[in-house]
Design a protein around this ligand. Sequence first.
Ligand SMILES: [Zn+2]
Length: 327
Amino acid sequence: MNRVNRVFVVLVSILWAGLLVTLTLAQEPLSTPTPIATAIPSDVTPTAIPKPPPAISLSQDGITVELFFESLKQGRAGVVRVDGPGVREVRAQVFGRIIEFFPVDGEGFYGLIAVGIEQTAREYDFEIYAVLADETRITIPARFAVSLGGFVLQEVELPPERAYLIDPLVERAEFARVASVFQNITQERLWDSGEVDWQFPLNAPLTSQFGALRVFNGTAETLHTGWDLRAETGTPIFASASGIVAFAGLMDIRGNLVIIDHGYGIFSGYAHFSQIHVVRGQEISKGQILGMSGNTGRSSGPHLHWEMNINGEWIDSVDFLQTWIPG
Ligand SMILES: [Zn+2]
């Protein structure tokens, strides 16, 4: 082996070793202050996601059903399209919940199937109901698999003056409060139409990931319902998509919180603000400033907690931005 080749082999070995160390570190349990996912671009400049081909196509009584996924991980959402002559309304029953589909010009009806973080990984049967113009009702059975979300364990230390916020009663009360916001589903598409519909709420590194099982001060456990982004207090936070403000106010854990209703059961939430610049009921455009980031509520330092809820389930907001959504 000549000298140039030897240098090349040594360089490749060093790169491999570096990659292996990086991969190993990525599997380790996390602690809050370490940025863990800086490799994921969290740029406010959105990128258009091309429409993928359907993964599964079914047909029954002249109705076509397309699933744009083969399986869904816990905490993820998938797109379903239904079309056929004379179809007037479409809904599905998944995990015992009715999901309304929305019309898209020339393409039929689309719906989003959201899988909760704690949904058991296995195969699920579900049903699609199509109502035709002449009132004929057609039921189409379908099936998909839920796979493990691959969530990590994360230990968080809260300062003593905020330790009361790890009380399970505080947590339960707040979940009930946000759930009541998500129950009011607007049967209208409020997010923008066009090629690029969704964007990151600010351009900053992601510091803590969705779905982590969090252990607070060594005892209480909870699941992380969103992603955290690094943001000094006073950083402007932008709306991920257009919608209507469904909540703007103070909560125990989320602190100063803004929730935007994007229609058809899709909501985005922005927590721990130092200042809120919008009010409930206000119409919001994509990229509009909602408020300034901060450190209010159950927070161990200034950051933005950014979460999404679809049809009552917490969904990975970063994954959602990388999913094709009909526009
Ligand atoms: Zn968070």
